[in-house]
Write a protein that binds this ligand. Structure first.
Ligand SMILES: [Zn+2]
Length: 183
């Protein structure tokens, strides 16, 4: 009897996951290729305003759901959650190309979402988020206002902050290794 209850519960949870996130299977283990660069007519200091239709053209459905609809991807789906798989580099906003975080501030929180203890100064904005009956601090790209995730007070030193970011909003650009000296 207990076995059937557990099996039923598992199926119910799986069905719920599929209903709430129909494109869950679209998240591959590998992060999407970097396709977004800043439009040439705008500098990286200009705020990027686009219409909803333009955002839909520019982003994948999963990116749109998180960045423009404050969605949350399932944990462990995005490919940037494990610290060890990426070397030195910079994490950019897939919406507008702005630099958001560096690999030196990334840590493995075990949450299933990429986590950082600090953004690049001035690149990430914060807002109080009262959705889902909780008071949390929402974080977004300062340039295009795309929703990235939330920040919590349970991170490591030196800031004790944990920026919990949806991997689907990030593109990683690795820093090229320094050229060996020729002399
Ligand atoms: Zn952005």
């Amino acid at each position: 009897m207990r076995f059937f209850l557990l099996t039923g519960l598992m199926f119910a949870l799986m069905a719920l996951a599929l209903v709430t996130w129909p494109s869950v299977r679209a998240f591959a283990a590998d992060p999407p290729p970097i396709t977004t660069i800043a439009p040439p007519e705008l500098s990286m200091d200009d705020v990027l305003h686009l219409s909803e239709a333009d955002w839909k053209k520019r982003l994948t459905p999963e990116q749109f759901q998180v960045l423009r609809r404050q969605g949350t991807e399932p944990a462990f789906c995005g490919g940037y959650s494990a610290t060890k798989t990426h070397g030195p580099g910079t994490y950019h906003c897939v919406g507008c190309g702005a630099e958001l975080f560096t690999s030196t501030t990334k840590f493995d929180s075990g949450s299933g979402w990429p986590s950082f203890f600090q953004p690049i100064p001035g690149k990430v904005g914060e807002e109080v988020d009262n959705a889902h009956g909780m008071e949390r601090t929402e974080v977004h790209c300062a340039r295009c206002h795309g929703h990235l995730g939330h920040v919590f007070n349970d991170g490591p030193a030196p800031t004790r902050l944990r920026y919990c970011i949806n991997a689907v909003t990030l593109s990683f650009v690795s820093t090229p290794a320094a050229e060996p000296k020729k002399d």
